[in-house]
Design a protein around this ligand. Structure first.
Ligand code: NAD
Ligand code: ZN
Ligand code: ZN
Length: 363
């Protein structure tokens, strides 16, 4: 029997979000219904609301979530009712040309549920990133559920479902930060701070945080930054060279999505170093660099999709590190809120002052 639950909807471009009654179908073949316990508020939810992703309104927002599998459809073997899971937005297919080449982290045909969740009048909803978890329950493809140790609280576990994983993976997977490396991260929001934390976990010796907000730079120190640079007051490229014997860093990570900060990352890098773009640009942005510099500086310019993570490999491992006290996830949770407070959380996000507001849904 389809169920009726409460969820947060963006009805039209720029309009404040509202809490509505959502109809969740029973899971079909390959699908699962998950009871959501917590879901972080990510910048991408705001992008959806602003019409920056596509025009497929109304959206059921929320995509950084953890919860309990309630029911599964036919043929589902990877999870079962009662499992504690983190939801992911890149459930690999196993069959596309990237999966077949042994690179499932780049899967070109990731899975979502095939049935639609709706409003009570039958209007079909577009779930954010194929998840839609600002909702008491949601319908996903079973492969979007990754089982982890239930000892980790949902408000921190859910964060691995998007921004924190993207940042950790930008450093550890895409940037391949190694022991003794020097690293700079541009932008110290949820994603950038996770990149700092990833660099620390990987054994980097010098970790430089760059932002224009002193509060963010203060927080960055809790995530492994050994040095901070306020780029509103000083030239970050010069400062980074100064902190690295005049050379620049081995890995420079852009976690904002602006051409000017990408350029800073490009020039703050040592010869043969790596630039990682994890911030998401908008479609109008352009970047211009002297062609000879692309050649002369060597190294690699990489982009990081979801931290190039493999949820089945990375989520349980990172949760174990968290439970051992080796990964700071608690520091990302600035506040926990109700479903009704998502609009307010968007305003706080725009004003700075929060790393993550996390919606917690009680039984
Ligand atoms: N690649 C992925 O898979 C993936 C996943 C999630 C999010 N993202 C993207 O990562 C980016 C960061 O997300 P977030 O949640 O951390 O955002 P956020 O808004 O919380 O953080 C951005 C930070 O950049 C700083 N900043 C802004 N302009 C700056 C400038 N000119 N110079 C230096 N610092 C500046 C801000 O002060 C803020 O601390 C976004 O573009 C988001 O869409 C990418
Ligand atoms: Zn694939
Ligand atoms: Zn997100």
């Amino acid at each position: 029997m389809p169920q009726e639950v409460r969820g947060v909807i963006a009805k039209a471009k720029g309009e404040p979000v509202t809490v509505e009654t959502i109809v969740i179908p029973d899971p079909g073949p390959g699908e699962a219904v998950v009871k959501i316990q917590a879901c972080g508020v990510c910048h991408t939810d705001l992008h959806y609301r602003e019409g920056g992703i596509n025009d497929e309104f109304p959206f059921l927002l929320g995509h950084e979530a953890a919860g309990i599998v309630e029911a599964v459809g036919d043929g589902v073997t990877e999870v079962a009712p009662g499992d504690y899971v983190i939801l992911n937005w890149r459930a690999v297919c196993g069959q596309c040309r990237s999966c077949q080449k042994g690179k499932p982290q780049y899967c070109f045909a990731t899975h979502n549920a095939t049935q639609k969740m709706t409003l009570t009048d039958g209007t079909e909803l577009s779930p954010a990133l194929g998840i839609g978890a600002f909702c008491e329950k949601t319908l996903v493809a079973a492969g979007q559920c990754t089982k982890v140790d239930p000892a980790a609280k949902p408000e921190v576990a859910g964060l691995l479902g998007c921004g924190v994983m993207a940042g950790l993976g930008a450093a550890m997977n895409t940037g391949e930060v190694g022991r003794g490396d020097t690293v700079a991260v541009f932008g110290c929001g949820g994603v950038g701070n996770a990149a700092l934390e990833g660099a620390r976990l990987a054994g980097a010796k010098t970790i430089i945080a760059v932002d224009i907000d002193d509060q963010k730079l203060e927080w960055a120190k809790d995530f492994g930054a050994t040095h901070t640079v306020n780029s509103a007051n000083e030239d970050p490229v010069e400062k980074i060279r100064e902190l690295t014997d005049g050379n620049g860093v081995d890995v420079a990570i852009e976690a904002i999505g602006l051409p000017q900060t990408y350029e800073q990352a490009f020039y703050a890098r040592d010869l043969a170093g790596t630039v990682v773009l994890v911030g998401v640009p908008n479609p109008e942005m352009k970047i211009e660099l002297p062609y000879i510099e692309l050649f002369g500086r060597g190294g690699a310019l990489k982009s990081s999709w979801y931290g190039d993570c493999l949820p089945s490999r990375d989520f349980p491992m990172l949760i174990d590190l968290y439970l051992q006290g080796r990964l700071n996830l608690d520091g990302f949770v600035t506040e926990t809120i109700d479903l009704d407070a998502v609009e307010e959380a968007f305003h706080k996000m725009e004003g700075g002052g929060v790393l993550r507001s996390v919606v917690v849904i009680d039984d």
